[in-house]
Design a protein around this ligand. Structure first.
Ligand SMILES: *[C@@H]1O[C@H](CO)[C@@H](O)[C@H](O)[C@H]1NC(C)=O
Length: 449
């Protein structure tokens, strides 16, 4: 009897979870919010009022609207008129009254003028410039009530590679060995160390006020060249890995391929995929739960020609970016609702059958038909329409859908990573145009985590 009670008590104790501070086990859903979405037209136009249904899913909101003044190296609003005069910074931080658990950060870097990576490097090179940046960041963040800063630092990106088969890549490697590789940045070692120093300097000042510092590894910035993993992990609260845009119409105007594969594709360069990026950070000392895996809410779209593969299976020859979508008005880029509108679905029966894009789900699913279980959903989804008789109107788009986001969320869970970052919520279906559900991509990420 007594021993029964003891046993019961012991069992009871065994199932009581160890009490941990809430943030340790928190799975992050980091929602990026691009300020320029306000200036899109029609159904693409986004403003603060659309945030409510998203914020029930987000643990962090990262507002992309800060830049660097090239003369003073101070952190400044990207759009002074919109963010300060018209009070947008305040409107955003005031959301904390209704969503007190959501942490709201201001992001600098990615999204700033693409042509001006130079000032980001010049800033790093001098201790005084870094100090000017850190002090101004502290002032700006505190005076508008943000909870911290996201350093989505700009660095020179990898040169696009031709997508090659095994044989030509053998010759190419041989050529590289003979010719030697040319560096894009002569001072890359210094820049790596200096960026680590900047992250440490920002954290040292920010921690006095309990402010958060995150780092974002932007697409095609080679982590092994620019990211001092140990220093960054020691000082940043978390790191967002933008594991996409490996292939885009801008980088690869002649060849189309999956833009955000999770694992290496057969016969392709092996290091341009999400898992390779995660592996690099982990192998170099990153703690799993500080890494937040980034997924896109948009697709990359190319123009198919008569010479493109009729099967739609990439990689193949292509003729530059596809025509811009009606909302985003950006060649070669479709937001999730723009892709959805092009697929056959009950909402767009007006569009004649032949004009729809045909969706092809992750090919690893096909194995399931043959009873072979392939757990690594490695590719992604695409949709395409072959060119018509006159050779026009061909489209091929690689995009993230509800299933592939679910696959990536499962990957995040299996690897014990810190969560998912959504780039960005203004390209998700925030109006619910596609199926009636608002924010289907964000919702799917949350559901599977
Ligand atoms: C990143 O840089 C390393 C070292 O220079 C190189 O081996 C690797 O291939 C690069 N990765 C990409 C994706 O270019």
């Amino acid at each position: 009897m007594v021993s029964g009670i003891v046993l019961a008590a012991a069992l009871c104790l065994a199932v009581v979870p160890t009490v941990l501070p809430a943030y340790v086990g928190e799975t992050k859903i980091v929602c990026y919010y691009d300020s320029t979405s306000y200036f899109r037209e029609g159904q693409g136009k986004f403003d603060v009022n659309f945030l409510d249904p998203a914020l029930q899913f987000c643990t962090h909101l990262i507002y992309r609207s800060a830049g660097i003044n090239a003369d003073s190296f101070k952190l400044v609003p990207l759009n002074e008129n919109f963010d300060v005069t018209k009070d947008n910074y305040r409107k955003i931080t005031e959301l904390k009254r209704r969503f007190p658990t959501v942490r709201i950060l201001l992001s600098v870097g990615n999204g700033d003028d693409d042509q001006n990576t130079e000032k980001y490097l010049t800033l790093l090179e001098s201790v005084e410039h870094r100090l000017a940046f850190v002090k101004s960041a502290q002032t700006l963040v505190k005076s508008f009530g943000f909870d911290g800063i996201d350093l989505a630092w700009q660095f020179p990106t990898n040169k696009p590679k031709k997508i090659r088969g095994k044989i030509s890549s053998f010759f190419n490697n041989l050529k590289k060995k003979i010719v030697g590789s040319t560096k894009v940045d002569e001072k890359e070692e210094e820049h790596k160390e200096q960026f680590g120093a900047l992250v440490r300097e920002v954290k040292n000042v920010f921690k006095q006020d309990g402010l958060i510092v995150s780092v974002t590894n932007i697409p095609n910035v080679n982590a092994s060249i620019y990211m001092d993993v140990r220093t960054i992990i020691q000082n940043a609260d978390f790191v967002n890995l933008m594991a996409f845009d490996y292939y885009t119409p801008k980088r690869n105007p002649k060849e189309a391929d999956y833009s955000a594969p999770l694992y290496s594709l057969i016969d392709r360069k092996s290091d341009e995929n999400g898992n390779a990026l995660v592996k690099y950070w982990l192998d170099n000392g990153a703690i799993n739960n500080k890494l937040v895996f980034g997924i896109p809410t948009y697709g990359r779209a190319w123009k198919m020609t008569e010479d493109s593969a009729i099967s739609g299976v990439p990689p193949f020859e292509i003729d530059g970016p596809a025509e811009a979508g009606p909302y985003t008005k950006h060649d070669g880029l479709y937001s999730y609702p723009e892709v959805c509108a092009k697929l056959a679905n009950p909402n767009n029966l007006k569009v004649s059958q032949g004009k729809h894009l045909r969706k092809v789900g992750d090919p690893s699913k096909r194995y399931e038909l043959w009873n072979v279980i392939d757990v690594s959903k490695r590719f992604g989804t695409y949709a395409f329409r072959l060119p018509d008789e006159s050779g026009e109107n061909g489209v091929w788009v690689s995009y993230e859908d509800i299933d592939t986001v679910g696959n990536k969320a499962t990957y995040v869970r299996d690897k014990g990573l810190g969560g998912i970052a959504v780039f960005d919520i203004t390209f998700d279906d925030f109006r619910g145009l596609c199926s009636g559900d608002k924010y289907p991509i964000l919702r799917s990420a949350k559901l599977k985590l």
